[in-house]
Design a protein around this ligand. Structure first.
Ligand code: ADP
Ligand code: MG
Length: 261
C-alpha cells in the first residue's frame, strides 16, 4: 500500500465567526488538498458564504487559523491572498457591465512595476507593454478554453447568466490561480451549461493542478464534479467524504437533504 501524502492548498483550523448573537461558523476545520476539487454543501444559512469570505480575506474570523499554500494567511488582506494565488467567483456574478468580455479579463491585471527607481521608471513603459501583450495572449487562451472567443467584444451587461458565469470564471483564470473558490457556479445554468462548466473546472484540475473549493446547491452538479465533499450544518462540519460516502451518510440525509434516515 502506498501512502499518499498530499500537500494542503488550504488548511482551515477552528474557524469561528459570530454575527451578534448568531454563530455563523463555530469551530470549522477544513482542508483543501493540492489538485483536488472539493465541494462544500449545506442548507441555506449553514455558513458557506461566510466561510468563503473568511478564506478570501474580505472578513476576518473571530477565531481560528487560515493557511494558504503552507503559509499562515490568517491576518493577510484579500489582496495579499490574491497575490499568493487565490481567486474566487461570486454567488451573484460581479462583472464590469460596461466593459467587453475581453476587457473584463484584462482589468484583472495588476501592474507590478514602480518603486524601482529612475532606471525602472525609464524601462517601465517597455516592460509594461510586454506585460500587457503577455496578458492579452493569456486572456485569449482563457477565452478559448471557456468557449468565449466569439463573444470577446460583447458588452458584459447584456450576457445571459450562463455566459456571465463563464466570463467570471475566465477572469479568475487569467492569473493562473493555484486555489479557486467558486460560490454557486451552477446557479441559474441549464443542464448543458452546468455540464460544460463542470468540464472546464475538471480540466483545470487535471491540466493545471488547480485546487478548487466549490459551494453549490445543485447536489447533482457536486456529485458529478468533485473528489471530496464537506457538509456544513449550522456553522459546523457535519461530515466529510467522497461523493459516494456523503450520499450514503444518514446524518447528511437527515440534516441536509431533508430525508429521514
Ligand atoms: N452580514 C451578516 N450579518 C448578520 N448575519 C449574517 C451575515 N451574513 C451571514 N449571516 C448569518 O450567518 C449565517 C450563515 O450565513 P451564510 O454564510 O450566508 O450561509 P450560506 O452561504 O451557507 O447560506 C446565517 O444565519 C446568516 O443569516
Ligand atoms: Mg451563500
Amino acid at each position: 500500500m502506498t501512502v499518499d501524502i498530499k500537500n494542503k492548498a488550504l488548511d482551515l483550523t477552528d474557524i469561528g465567526v459570530r454575527f451578534g448573537g448568531i454563530s455563523a461558523l463555530d469551530g470549522v476545520s477544513l482542508q483543501l488538498y493540492e489538485g483536488e476539487i472539493c465541494g462544500l454543501i449545506g442548507a441555506n444559512g449553514a455558513g458557506k458564504t461566510t466561510l468563503f469570505d473568511v478564506i478570501s480575506g474580505v472578513r476576518l474570523a473571530d477565531r481560528g487559523k487560515v493557511q494558504l499554500n503552507g503559509q499562515d494567511a490568517t491576518a493577510w488582506s484579500s489582496h495579499r491572498r490574491a497575490r499568493s494565488g487565490l481567486r474566487r467567483t461570486f454567488q451573484r456574478v460581479q462583472l464590469f457591465g460596461w466593459l467587453s468580455v475581453e476587457e473584463n479579463l484584462l482589468v484583472a491585471t495588476e501592474w507590478r512595476g514602480g518603486n524601482g527607481g529612475v532606471l525602472a521608471d525609464l524601462v517601465a513603459p517597455i516592460a509594461r507593454r510586454r506585460l500587457e501583450n503577455e496578458r492579452r495572449q493569456r486572456a485569449g487562451e482563457v477565452l478559448e478554453r471557456c468557449g468565449l472567443s466569439s463573444i470577446r467584444n460583447e458588452r458584459a451587461a447584456g450576457l445571459p447568466i450562463g455566459t456571465a458565469r463563464l466570463v467570471e470564471l475566465a477572469r479568475a483564470l487569467v492569473d493562473q490561480p493555484s486555489v479557486l473558490l467558486l460560490d454557486e457556479p451552477a446557479s441559474g445554468l441549464d443542464h448543458g451549461e452546468a455540464d460544460r462548466f463542470g468540464d472546464i473546472v475538471r480540466s483545470l484540475r487535471d491540466d493545471e493542478g488547480t485546487s478548487v473549493l466549490l459551494v453549490e446547491h445543485d447536489v447533482g452538479f457536486v456529485m458529478d464534479n468533485v473528489d471530496r465533499i464537506v457538509v456544513l450544518h449550522l456553522g459546523r462540519v457535519l461530515a466529510t467524504g467522497t461523493p459516494e460516502e456523503i450520499r450514503n451518510n444518514p446524518a447528511v440525509a437527515e440534516a441536509y437533504l431533508g430525508v429521514s434516515a
